[in-house]
Design a protein around this ligand. Structure first.
Ligand code: HEM
Length: 416
């Protein structure tokens, strides 16, 4: 570490910091562009502008061997995955499912997703209160597993495995130890379930096997690729969507704005929640050569920890009201909760499509949302969100989204 470089003993992954990381992020942003976290041996990058600059330079800030805090996770769990590869290999892996996640493909899914959201929202809200996390889990798991071509019976194993992989990106410790068996169980279930013979035509899995057969990727890459997309698509969207519903319940005025024009405001409401509470709070990169971050000189081989959760709260980017939930905030989709650069999230259109469908179905059915007790947090080394979040609703006199024509409007909106 260079002399006089900013450093701190801040325990970023201690439970009390994971429960409320924002004072720590504020301190890091004030301390410097890159601040050495002595306990973990990495450099925290907490300012929006510096994180955005790092993401734009993947040739200097590489993902290979750099995205998790420990060598074991980087080499044994993530090695050569789409997340943890660079250059030509990364493009080759990412290209396999790119057409399945493209906007034009999402347009063909609008009706199916809107119908699913209408049905689930009708069922969940009927008793007058519902758990936003349970609704989001149901919506996201059914959607992703259907697209992937996975049997729905494996849902709980995959959800637990998805969260565990993100825990395993963090430092060695209890949380890390507990995560490993869950992540291995998920990988085992996928290995046991997935075969060419059982792959549904048109599913993501069949596209992965087709890429193997065409010689575009190796056989050994097939299951890890499916694993990576499963991990990436599940808990992230569940946490982001549930948090968005919680924000709208906490902010009745924002809910009324959304209800006034759901077609226009559903996606901005989702992005504003992601900006404020990034489901993936931090992620690593490894320096392939010496470089400056905002005037702090780092050496080749050092690791940076990009705090996406801090970027969304940075007053230099978002102004003095950075901590407020405001769905009309100008260009709020420029947050970094989806990362950026060559590793920008591959599933943004799918996440938006699901969020739009659920929020529009809720808007069609519920005149008011209020918190029914304080939501319970789930702690994870990387992920931020709730384990349970009960919402009380007042149902509109026209409670069926389909009867009010919202499904039709939703489909038009999602396709636009
Ligand atoms: C609200 C929901 C989501 C959030 C917040 C989110 C967040 C992120 C972030 C921060 C990254 C970049 C990691 C990095 O810095 O390298 C990422 C990458 C990725 N995401 Fe998402 N994601 C979401 C939903 C999805 C969905 C629905 C999919 C669908 C399959 C998906 C697939 C991926 C993949 C494959 C990558 C790796 C891309 C690469 O390394 O080239 N994500 N996501």
């Amino acid at each position: 570490m260079p002399a006089l470089a900013p450093s701190t003993s801040l325990p970023l992954f201690a439970e009390r910091v994971l429960a409320d990381p924002y004072p720590a992020y504020d301190a890091l942003r004030r301390t410097g562009a890159a601040v050495h976290l002595d306990e973990y041996g990495v450099w925290a990058v907490a300012r929006h502008a510096d994180i955005a600059a790092v993401l734009k330079a993947p040739e200097i800030f590489g993902s290979e061997n750099g995205i998790a805090l420990t060598a074991l996770a980087n080499q044994d769990v993530l090695a050569e995955s789409v997340f943890a590869s660079d250059g030509a290999r990364h493009s080759r892996l990412r290209d396999v499912l790119a057409p399945h996640l493209a906007l034009r493909t999402m347009r063909t899914l609008v009706t199916r997703i809107a119908d699913r959201a209408d049905g689930l929202v009708a069922t969940y809200t009927q008793p007058g209160r519902f758990d936003a996390v349970a609704l989001a889990r149901h919506m996201v798991c059914d959607t992703v597993m259907e697209l992937m071509g996975l049997p729905s019976g494996d849902r709980d194993v995959l959800l637990a495995g998805s969260a565990a992989v993100f825990d395993a990106f963090g430092p060695y410790g209890t949380r890390y130890q507990q995560a490993l068996p869950l992540a291995s169980r998920m990988a085992q279930v996928l290995r046991d379930t997935l075969t060419r013979e059982t792959a549904e035509p048109g599913s993501w899995i069949s596209a992965v096997f087709a890429a193997v057969d065409a010689g575009r990727i190796d056989e050994a890459d097939a299951i890890p690729l499916v694993c990576a997309y499963t991990v990436a698509a599940l808990d992230t969207t569940v946490l982001g969507l549930a948090d968005c519903i919680v924000q709208l319940a906490r902010h009745p005025r924002q809910w009324q704005i959304l209800r006034g024009d759901p077609l226009r405001w559903s996606v901005p409401a989702f992005h504003e929640a992601l900006r404020l509470e990034a489901p993936i709070q931090g992620y690593g990169r490894l320096l392939t050569r010496a470089a400056d971050i905002g005037g702090v000189r780092l050496d080749e081989g050092e690791q940076v920890w990009l705090l996406y959760g801090s970027a969304g709260r940075d007053p230099h980017r978002w102004g003095d009201a950075a901590d407020e939930y405001n769905i009309r905030r100008y260009r709020n989709n420029e947050h970094l909760a989806f990362g950026g650069g060559s590793h920008l999230c591959a599933g943004i259109p799918l996440a938006e499509l699901q969020a739009r469908a659920v929020l529009r179905a809720l808007a069609a059915r519920c005149t008011h949302l209020t918190l029914d007790g304080e939501p319970a947090r789930a702690l994870n080394n990387l992920l931020r969100g709730y384990r349970e979040a009960w919402i009380a609703v007042e149902l509109s006199p026209h409670t069926c989204a389909r009867d009010t024509g919202s499904s039709q409007a939703c489909r038009q909106g999602a396709a636009s």
